[in-house]
Design a protein around this ligand. Sequence first.
Ligand SMILES: Cc1cc2nc3c(=O)[nH]c(=O)nc-3n(C[C@H](O)[C@H](O)[C@H](O)COP(=O)(O)OP(=O)(O)OC[C@H]3O[C@@H](n4cnc5c(N)ncnc54)[C@H](O)[C@@H]3O)c2cc1C
Length: 682
Amino acid sequence: MANIETHILEVLEGLELDVLTTNTVVVGTGSAGFCAATRLVEFGQDDVVIVTDKTKAGTSRNAGSDKQTYYKLTLAGSEPDSVREMASTLFAGGAMDGDNALAEAALSARTFLHLCDIGVPFPRNEYGEFVGYKTDHDPRQRATSVGPYTSRSMVEALEKKAQEQGIPVISECRVVDLIVDDDKVIGLLVLRRDRDWDAAHPPLLLIRCTNVVYATGGPAMLYANSVFPHGQWGASGAGYRAGVVGKNVTEWQFGLASLRPRWNVSGTYMQVVPRFISTEPDGSDPREFLLDAIPDRGRLASLIFLKGYQWPFDIRKARDGSSVIDLLVYRETQLRGRRVYLDFMYNIADEPFDPDQLEPEARTYLERAGALQNSPIERLIHMNRPAYDFYLEKGPRVDLATELLEVDVCAQHNNGGFAVDSWWRSNLEGFFPVGEAAGSHGVYRPGGSALNSGQVGATRAAEYIAKRRAQAPSEDSASFVNAARGPVGEALGLVNAAAVNAAEGVELTSLDLLQQLAELMSADAGPVRSATSIDQASVTIGQWLADLPRIVSADPDSRRLVDRLFLLRDALTTAFVYTSAMSDFVHKDAGSRGSVLYSDPAGAFPVEGDLDQVVSAADDSELFRFRLSGTDLDSTTQEVRLAGSGESPEVEISWRDVRPIPADDDFFENVWRRYRETGGVS
Ligand SMILES: Cc1cc2nc3c(=O)[nH]c(=O)nc-3n(C[C@H](O)[C@H](O)[C@H](O)COP(=O)(O)OP(=O)(O)OC[C@H]3O[C@@H](n4cnc5c(N)ncnc54)[C@H](O)[C@@H]3O)c2cc1C
């Protein structure tokens, strides 16, 4: 079992810091982090410590939707499925590496059943079949769900197991930097956020280790319009600062979500066809703005209905499909500065509900569900009472029967992240990004595959570490101190500079700049991106990053401002890498794909006909012209790496062919022999 007693090392002259030594540090207490830690112990490596900024934070524990989905291999019924077929589905998302797809399919059943065995109540029939349903980008019925809180249920079961295994969790630790020696990770520097800053005894902890499993989740702090839960930040910047390569970082999922509380308004919330209202910021001038663009009420109702199970904004459905709704909401909030609300009290145009106006798919569904009541709220309560209750209970409380619900197009998931191989190893030896921090997905992914990927990546990394990297960290303290000196010195320098700025009256605090960054990203690098907006954002962010020690203040007596200072540096680093990647992408002139509209003045408007006229009459029309990308880029992936530092950050960008799905030429006797020789880890 890991020993969490620390010893002291003099890192800079006269500066001693606590050092904890362990074989593996897992960062993050989400579904991926707890999975990695528990698997490490199961596989025989019990010298593992978990650190996290807040044990109860993170996306897995605090996010969900009306039916949060887990994607797995078919384990029920008579329809055929196979590991190779599931790998092909994942790979078909485009820009995905085939060995990741194959591993995610091959370990799908194993990791899913592991969750079942430790108590996650995935539904099964009386014979034990895990009956599934079809999710987006899914040719089978591979999806399953525990309900709105599938990922929370996973975290709680995994956390319980970690407690039973006696794995220590050190909370209130903010990632500051990785400690790297010769392209190898040898440790981690964290800020103890529960302690006051004292320049002579700074609340910094060094962890000396052989492996870091990085389960810090997605870089949620990048976007102001976000449905990531409050308290999820991410720590990707530390990885980029250490030279870890990122992949597909341009690829995000955006979709309609309520702002207070943050929650996806997918599924039943859309299938009951609420009306959409926009107002001026002060609540004046309420208008049903969607009708301006889509006056045909039946068509509008059908498009809203479809948003229920076509939740993410998908550029392929933005020409004349349900994603037009996302674009019109985006235009209202981001370009016109208005606020948008869902109104469940009234039908579109306050008219009686007429199912005959609906297109057949929507009408049949509502008829079968017996949901033909007159108002959206009656239909919601009839079809999914828990979805109505959710807003009464979650906080801030909203009674959908009497109140409007504010929504926007929000960032929900980063498909890209750190590049990993089939063992979830990064280019930095000993550094294993897993879960959303890893960039294992392509442009599109089946709903629910993020949770599968997190379990698979964590299991693969744990298996590799247990079998190949079980050695204790090097005992060479001089080398460790040598490698730690730079990150520690920079951390002290940053706090010192921000403290001097605060004393000199600089008003821009770390908190303010973090907010400005998120607003800039949502305005210029969200679901709609133009070459001009992206280039400008990238330049601005690069300048903020270079100037950081001079422009921002943080009173060192404020734990919050010091904590935010490190978050800010992390966020600026990540945002600079990401916007540089977006800028490279947009100048490839490849068209739009995934969950992003890249404006193209030579392209077409979203919808021919009525919307074309309405949009083209507006000042902001040019932004909405776009061209769909072809499939050329699907077989390639964009990689990014931060080069340069301090005042001259730079991002190196390259494209390579994706790795294909490994050939299916395994003959049992050969596999068995190799397994006996290598334990399955080659
Ligand atoms: C609204 C919503 C709905 C979703 N629905 C689905 C779905 O239906 N199906 C699906 O597959 N996926 C879904 N996802 C995505 C999925 O939930 C996440 O990808 C997944 O939970 C991420 O798990 P993780 O363990 O990698 O990270 P997280 O669960 O986010 O955990 C990250 C951990 O790292 C810690 N941490 C973060 N930053 C720092 C830092 N700077 N320093 C120290 N510690 C830090 C956090 O406190 C946390 O413990 C949804 C996401 C959202 C937001």
